[in-house]
Design a protein around this ligand. Structure first.
Ligand code: NI
Length: 139
C-alpha cells in the first residue's frame, strides 16, 4: 500500500461550488474522500472496458416460472457458463414471479455474454447487469 500524498488542484470557483454541493448531497465527509471515489470509479470503468483482468458483476432476472420451459432453459444456460458464476439466489416473489440474482466473476466478455443470453431469453421480464470490480489492484 502506497503512502498518502497531498497535492493541490486548481479549479474554477463555480465548478468547486458544484463539487462541494455534490459532496454534501452524497454525504462525503470531505473533498478528499469524494475525489478518491471519483478516481476509483474511472479506474474501474477502464478495467471493465479493457477486458484483460477479471471483473465482478451482479445480474438480476425477474421471470414467471410458469412460462413454457423458461426455468429449465435458464438453468441450462447457467450450466454452460458455470465457471463465471460464483453463486445464485432464487426468491419466489409471488405465485408466478421469481427473482434470481447471480454473482459473477471472470473476464468481462464472458460475463456480458452470459448476461446477454439470460436477459434475452424469451419470457424474462426484466434483467439487469451491474458491473463492479474484484477490488484487486485498487488502492
Ligand atoms: Ni421462484
Amino acid at each position: 500500500m502506497g503512502k498518502t500524498i497531498r497535492f493541490g488542484v486548481s479549479l474554477n470557483s463555480d465548478l468547486l461550488e458544484q463539487f462541494d454541493s455534490l459532496c454534501e448531497e452524497r454525504s462525503y465527509p470531505n473533498r478528499s474522500e469524494a475525489i478518491r471515489d471519483l478516481i476509483r470509479s474511472v479506474l474501474v470503468e477502464k478495467e471493465q472496458q479493457e477486458g484483460d483482468r477479471d471483473i465482478a458483476g451482479v445480474l438480476s432476472l425477474v421471470y414467471d416460472h410458469h412460462f413454457s420451459d423458461l426455468a429449465q432453459r435458464l438453468v441450462e444456460i447457467q450450466h454452460d457458463e458455470h465457471d463465471v458464476i460464483l453463486t445464485t439466489m432464487h426468491v419466489h416473489l409471488d405465485h408466478h414471479n421469481c427473482l434470481e440474482v447471480l454473482i459473477l466473476k471472470g473476464g468481462g466478455e464472458a460475463i456480458r455474454r452470459l448476461s446477454d443470453k439470460l436477459i434475452s431469453t424469451k419470457g424474462v421480464k426484466h434483467g439487469k447487469l451491474t458491473l463492479t470490480t474484484t477490488g484487486q489492484g485498487l488502492a
